[in-house]
Write a protein that binds this ligand. Structure first.
Ligand SMILES: Cc1cc2nc3c(=O)[nH]c(=O)nc-3n(C[C@H](O)[C@H](O)[C@H](O)COP(=O)(O)OP(=O)(O)OC[C@H]3O[C@@H](n4cnc5c(N)ncnc54)[C@H](O)[C@@H]3O)c2cc1C
Length: 402
């Protein structure tokens, strides 16, 4: 008889399957239809890359992790992570982040935690590209301390009314669905410290009453997707739109945040691979002092270090995704992956600028855009200090500072 231990080892492979190679090839060829000039323009005008979004939907990429009974491809996090990695490798971070917004923030969350009526109503529409989803967690005064959020949802008839404000919400100006983290029981009345938070799926085109106001923030990274302040004024949401259970939102967050971390790690590694390849090509072709600049160790070694960092980050990312798919606790690997991926991508982008010299500062080289984009995941969704806090406490048994 094959024990679970042996089965796990039989299933674990360090080689991508033929199907996974095909996933890369197919999504890569779609991504390549949208060239650097397209993404450069979207970065400078801040417009949503609608043609690209529609092409993803048309070719079935938002069907990736929709359950089979709803007509989906029913792939897991390992495969979704490979797709996000390949897209970032071909087209950069924003192109890949859109896949996270739909497949991870929306589809993964809805299929895991939404009520049956919402699942059957929304998953098919999401797969067809009929919605954009935002995850509304961060608030100006709470910062990384989620338990301090002050956006409230209070009972009204057969539903709840949301009031409060969020900040830094990606794609909120396009969103027709919002996953809003609220407080339903005041902190001082909660039985347990972590009780009292509830997640609501707000359908912005279908509000019985109330208003959602959005204010765009001029920012540094992934400018084509945009960041926003969002204000909820007496926004009514039916009880059916609660994700998970009332007051138990905290229990859902690890699954959402781990999936997000695996996603940001996948994209970071892809972006790092993109800039590293560009930097190596340039280092071979650019001659100064009558030799390629890549023959100087000062240029070559940091590029080799980038390669090592990216390989390491990818290995832990795939491990985290495998743990996620196999219902293991993936928090440690997902946090390490997000941390290592973000640092590796930023280091690779920074060294790509150094390799390009002055040219790295020109918009036309695209390196400065990738450098700006690669910076984000060191600060959000999880700042690296909070990853280290978590690892220090959970893995090393050190005192908690958060
Ligand atoms: C471009 C962009 C897009 C974003 N998109 C979204 C989105 O779609 N949805 C969403 O909900 N949020 C989003 N965010 C918000 C992001 O997740 C937060 O900015 C991030 O989590 C940090 O929170 P904060 O800005 O409130 O920092 P703060 O909580 O104010 O922290 C500031 C600094 O202090 C550090 N710090 C705090 N406490 C400790 C401690 N105990 N030990 C050590 N260091 C500590 C933090 O690590 C951080 O470096 C986005 C942010 C940006 C910039």
């Amino acid at each position: 008889m094959v024990s679970e231990f042996h089965l796990v080892h039989l299933l674990l492979s360090f080689e991508e399957t033929e199907e996974q190679k095909l996933l890369r090839q197919t999504v890569g060829s779609l991504a390549s239809k949208f060239d650097d000039e397209y993404w450069r323009k979207r970065d400078s005008d801040g417009e949503f890359p609608r043609e690209y979004f529609e092409a993803l939907a048309r070719d079935g990429w938002f069907n990736l992790n929709v359950p089979a009974e709803l007509g989906g491809t029913a792939l897991g996090m390992v495969d979704t992570s490979i797709v996000m990695n390949e897209v970032a490798k071909k087209s950069g971070m924003a192109a890949s982040d859109i896949i996270m917004a739909i497949c991870v923030f929306a589809i993964q969350t809805i299929k895991s935690f939404a009520s049956e009526p919402l699942r059957s109503r929304l998953l098919k529409d999401l797969a067809m590209g009929k919605h954009v989803m935002s995850f509304c967690l961060t608030e100006p005064s709470a910062g990384v301390n989620t338990l301090d959020i002050t956006t409230t949802a209070t009972r009204e008839g057969d539903g709840f009314v949301i009031n409060g404000g969020k900040i830094w919400i990606t794609l909120a100006h396009e969103a027709t669905l919002m996953n809003v983290v609220t407080r339903t029981t005041p902190k001082d009345r909660a039985t347990r410290r972590t009780d009292g938070l509830t997640l609501f799926l707000v359908e912005t085109n279908n509000l019985r009453h109330g208003e959602i106001r959005k204010k765009r923030i001029e920012d540094l990274s992934m400018r084509s997707l945009g960041s926003n302040e969002v204000f909820f004024d007496n926004v009514y949401v039916p009880s059916e739109n609660i994700l998970g259970k009332l007051d138990k939102g905290w229990e859902l967050l690890p699954a959402l945040l781990n999936a997000e971390r695996i996603s940001t790690a996948s994209m970071s590694v892809g972006l790092g691979q993109l800039v590293l390849e560009k930097a190596c090509d340039y280092a071979k072709s650019r001659h100064v002092f009558s030799r390629p600049i890549g023959s100087n160790q000062g240029i070559q070694f940091p590029l080799a270090k980038s390669k090592a960092d990216l390989e390491g980050a990818w290995a832990i990312t795939q491990r985290a995704a495998w743990e996620f798919d196999n219902s293991r606790d993936c928090a440690i690997s997902a946090n390490i992956a997000a941390y290592m991926g973000a640092r590796a991508a930023f280091f690779a982008s920074d060294r790509a600028i150094q390799t390009y010299g002055g040219l790295g500062f020109a918009k036309s080289s695209d390196i400065e855009r990738h450098w700006r984009d690669s910076r984000l995941f060191r600060t959000g969704p999880v700042p690296e200090e909070m990853v280290l806090n978590f690892l220090g406490q959970r893995m090393l048994g050190l005192p908690r500072s958060y």
